[in-house]
Design a protein around this ligand. Structure first.
Ligand SMILES: [Zn+2]
Length: 448
């Protein structure tokens, strides 16, 4: 009897281990199978003569961006279109880790847990086709307008959250990958999608955040005036302004983009309060996009000296901002405080809707940004769209400034928001403003 009992126990242990192992294996295949199959070095999928098709990716109008049929794989025939959508679509080598090819694998391969890459018997056609919200023509035109310069361009419909334009440069032609891509300095950071993964010195665009901090912390902010005498000394160091603006309130200071006004405002607020506002608006945090998590820009001024704080208030010092994060904030201003769910296709997870501002803060900012375009930049940039915007010309060591413009149309018929950053450019308005004008006018004319 004793021997039988012992054998039973051993059998039960073996059975338990077997069932546990099977369960673990099934769970691993379920949870990680897609990742295993989608590895960049899986020649069955990515190679030129691969045995598995990746399906078809098109823009919002059905224009082909990527196709894989009967083993033949190709991008668009249009050169500018290929380069402008590379970071969104992805590369055959799998270097661009944030692309659709790398992350929305099941959407474009039809991968499923039960049959893997084989189609389900009851499957209807079309599961391998992915239609993006991007407009191919606007993307190609935005890339062209960058004129060989690096940067990031984003435009969306802030009512629906559909991303219409998304361009990252430097980029390259995925049909003719440069042989020196890994060695040539010109391609440094070429595998990064700047719209998602990079942060830039924001310059005067950050004055929007300093303005919100004033609304939050100073009850008399609307009538608060400071005088600009073109420069201001703090100890031996000085903050300089591009003009001699005299006495200003918050609205006129934003219009003139007066450094002295915002520097004095920040000294009154203090580093802790300004940092707290920046964090409420998304800085020092993260955002989700396409099932991935990205870092937002940084603001670290709690212990900053007065001169450091003065420069931080106008988007210099160590302050940085991320393009997609800034688009979220811009859509929140346009939408009365809550950002839209920014997404690139109906199948892909977006940023979600996030409340970043109080309604009155969003409305005040919207009004001030509208005034800035109307009275300081000129409406001829964006005709019939009632655009509200802010530019930035951010000083960067050893190079020409980063040119920024963020903004949106207040006209209900053209609900577009944009963020444009051009590295090593010149001026916010002259460079980023011109590019924003091109894509906004195109969207308006196309009636997206
Ligand atoms: Zn000034």
């Amino acid at each position: 009897m004793r021997t039988t009992a012992k054998r039973s126990i051993v059998l039960y242990i073996i059975l338990f281990c077997f069932l546990f192992g099977m369960g673990f294996l099934t769970w691993k295949v379920y949870s990680d199978g897609e990742n295993w199959v989608s590895y960049g070095y899986n020649g069955h999928i990515y190679a030129e003569d691969a045995v598995v098709d990746l399906g078809i990716i098109t823009d919002r109008n059905g224009i082909l961006l990527y196709e894989s049929e009967d083993g033949a794989k190709s991008y668009s025939e249009n050169y500018n279109l290929r380069l402008s959508t590379l970071h969104t679509i992805g590369d055959r080598q799998g270097y661009i880790g944030t692309s659709l090819m790398a992350n929305s694998f099941s959407d474009i391969t039809g991968y499923n847990f039960v049959t893997g890459l084989n189609e389900l018997p009851f499957d209807s056609f079309g599961t391998k086709n992915l239609k993006l919200t991007l407009d191919a023509e606007i993307n190609a035109r935005a890339y062209e307008a960058l004129g060989g310069r690096n940067g990031a361009v984003l435009m969306c419909n802030y009512k629906t959250g559909e991303i219409i334009c998304k361009v990252s440069a430097p980029t390259y032609d995925p049909m003719n990958v440069p042989e020196d891509i890994l060695e040539n300095e010109a391609y440094d950071g070429v595998f990064l999608d700047n719209t998602l993964s990079s942060s830039y010195t924001p310059g005067s665009v950050f004055k929007l955040i300093t303005a919100v901090s004033a609304m939050e912390n100073l009850s008399g902010w609307a009538n608060q005036t400071y005088t600009c005498e073109s420069e201001m000394y703090i100890g031996d160091s000085k903050v300089t302004c591009l003009g001699y603006h005299g006495e200003l309130n918050l609205q006129s200071a934003l219009g003139h983009s007066c450094n002295i006004y915002f520097a004095k405002l920040a000294l009154e607020l203090g580093g802790e309060k300004l940092q707290a506002t920046a964090e409420r608006l998304g800085f020092n945090g993260s955002f989700d996009f396409g099932g991935m998590t990205f870092k937002t820009g940084k603001v670290d001024i709690k212990d900053a000296t007065d001169i450091e704080l003065a420069w931080a208030a106008v988007g210099q010092y160590t302050v940085s901002a991320n393009p997609m994060q800034m688009l979220m904030l811009t859509t929140a201003i346009a939408n009365g405080g809550t950002s839209c769910d920014l997404h690139i296709s109906s199948k892909d997870a977006g940023t979600g809707r996030i409340k970043l501002l109080e309604r009155d803060e969003a409305e005040e900012l919207s009004k001030m940004m509208r005034d800035t375009v109307q009275y300081y930049y000129g409406d001829y940039f964006f005709e019939n769209m009632e655009v509200a915007a802010k530019t930035g010309t951010a000083e960067v060591d050893g190079r020409l400034p980063n040119a920024w413009m963020v903004g949106f149309s207040r006209n209900e018929d053209t609900p577009y928001a944009f963020v444009v950053i051009i590295e090593n450019a010149g001026s916010g308005l002259g460079d980023a403003g011109n590019l924003a004008s091109v894509i906004m006018n195109m969207a308006r004319d196309k009636g997206i």
